[in-house]
Write a protein that binds this ligand. Structure first.
Ligand SMILES: [Zn+2]
Length: 518
């Protein structure tokens, strides 16, 4: 089995600016991607994100700004990319569904699926609101078949469209989900998906007549139509790697080990529509749907329309790099809804980052300068030493492996708890061994040297293990410790050697005394 992994975020529909909710998904996927690179090797992991740029809502958003759709999506896609870059995400692919290569690929998939026989044309009759430019079911309408958005009666119209046979694949998809061949996690979403697949499915309409909407990818076998925006966007997971590696090679390698990170609101499209779209094209399914909940802010869901959200980069600017990333990974259980509050973020910042991590780093580096002139005089004692030394070594022993396993299971909050237990052990070790007291007696300087060697090693292992969750901070601490990448990854006790010089401290997380104002 190939151990290559393909990791994706959802392809972001860019009819509004990215918010903390979109950032959460990108950050969770990035933590996972970084953790998997450490686990399997960087060249075994590809990480993909991008923007979904077709469809009516984009066309309307562009119109509202008096821009052509492409000019509008040029601007919006760049905005998403810049915000995610500012959050230190490490995408290998940034796909735009308006990229020429993507459009060509979608047309190839349509041709391929059509030739395999799973696309058909039929007239469709439905209740249509001209202002919404969409069909409604009777259930969605107000009494008298009135559009709930426009408060006007809808029209009964008939139009021909292309449909994909998806019910044909329902049993196969259900079995793959049941057996975890397509694993949906957490398991509550697996059960939801199985419920959605329990009843026959209406075939999926995959076209829109150009008379109604021309902002899309033309159907290659009928130039009167464009592809439905969801059909088009799914293929963004595949088009760019297929262009780089060749479709067959990508499908035989990383694709069956794909990890999709998606919000619970798009579980249906990914569990019910996407698998038949792949099967109808003769392609294998991804391995995991990793479904996350919503971030709530002041009691309601954070979203583009709710107006309760800030630019994610606000938190980078005001609190510093990694703080937003740390906060959402620590506070939110992946898969469940989480609460986002700036008050809580500041509490976490002061307690976890300023106190536990920042203070420990400063104190240890300051003592190393003061008592040892910055150069270590002893080896860390992985096994030997006294009871206090052994307690510290035990807390650090196997930390990297535990954190990696927890990250692989999407338990990001527990991975951080494990790191913070080690930090806690290191802070207790400082208090228990009291090197600042021992140092007053010159005869005890060798013991002070041993204590600081243990603490420097502890900091090294913690900083290294922290990398997926706090990449900038991890890099800063390792630079203060003056260690290279190879040394950084060593187990506790096998990294820094006597004679090694570390740098003087700098303040990593200055305490925030008052809540920041907007
Ligand atoms: Zn309407």
């Amino acid at each position: 089995m190939s151990d290559r992994i393909h990791i994706t975020t959802a392809i972001f529909y860019c009819n509004g600016a990215p918010h903390v909710g979109s950032a959460y998904e990108a950050l969770a996927a990035d933590v996972f991607a970084r953790a998997m690179r450490r686990r399997h090797g960087a060249d075994h992991v590809s990480f993909l994100s991008g923007t979904d740029e077709h469809g009516d809502k984009i066309r309307r958003a562009a119109l509202a700004e008096a821009l052509a759709p492409k000019a509008y999506t040029d601007k919006m896609s760049a905005l998403f990319r810049d915000v995610f870059a500012g959050l230190n995400t490490t995408f290998d692919y940034w796909v735009r569904t308006t990229d020429a290569g993507h459009e060509k690929f979608v047309q190839e998939m349509l041709t391929r699926t059509n030739q395999r026989g799973d696309i058909y044309f039929r007239d469709y009759e439905g209740l249509y609101c001209v202002d919404c430019e969409r069909f409604y079911t009777e259930k969605e309408l107000l009494p008298g078949n009135v559009c709930p958005a426009h408060n006007r009666p809808v029209e009964l119209i008939s139009e021909g469209n292309y449909f994909l046979r998806i019910d044909k694949y329902r049993d196969e998809v259900r079995k793959k989900i049941e057996s975890d061949e397509l694993r949906i996690r957490p398991v509550r979403y697996k059960n939801e998906a199985l419920n959605m697949l329990a009843e026959p499915l209406a075939d999926l309409c995959i076209s829109r007549p150009k008379t109604r909407l021309d902002w899309g990818i033309e159907i290659p076998f009928d130039n009167r139509y464009v592809a439905y925006v969801w059909y088009d966007a799914f293929w963004a997971y595949v088009s760019a790697p297929a262009a780089r590696l060749g479709l067959d090679e990508f499908m035989a390698g990383a694709w069956p080990h794909t990890e999709h990170f998606i919000g619970k609101d798009i579980l249906k499209t990914h569990a019910v529509y996407w698998p038949p779209i792949l099967l109808a094209a003769g392609l294998p399914l991804p391995r995991h749907l990793n479904v996350h909940g919503w971030l709530n802010f002041g009691g309601s869901r954070m979203s583009k329309s709710s107006g309760n959200v800030r630019d994610p980069l606000y938190y980078e600017t005001v609190f510093g790099p990694d703080v937003l990333r740390y906060f959402v990974m620590r506070e939110v259980v992946y898969g469940l809804d989480g609460d986002f509050s700036e008050e809580r973020l500041i509490e976490r910042y002061n307690a976890d980052l300023a106190n536990d991590l920042g203070n420990l780093t400063s104190r240890v580096l300051a003592m190393t300068q003061r008592y040892l002139g910055g150069a270590l005089t002893a080896c860390a004692t992985a096994a030997g030493g006294d009871d206090q030394d052994r307690t510290l070594a035990q807390a650090l022993h196997g930390l990297a492996g535990r954190v990696s396993d927890l990250a692989a299971e999407l338990a990001f909050n527990r991975a951080l708890e494990a790191i913070w237990q080690s930090l806690d052990a290191a802070n207790k070790y400082v208090a228990a061994t009291a090197p600042f007291t021992l140092a007053k007696d010159p005869a005890k300087l060798p013991r002070v040297g041993a204590i600081l060697a243990n603490l420097i090693e502890a900091l090294r292992v913690i900083a290294d293990t922290l990398e997926p969750f706090m990449p900038v901070t991890s890099g800063k601490i390792l630079a203060l410790l003056n260690v290279d990448a190879a040394t950084a990854h060593q187990p506790f006790g096998e990294g820094i050697k006597p004679g090694h010089k570390v740098n003087p401290p700098v303040a990593l997380f200055p305490r925030i005394e008052k809540p920041q104002s907007a």
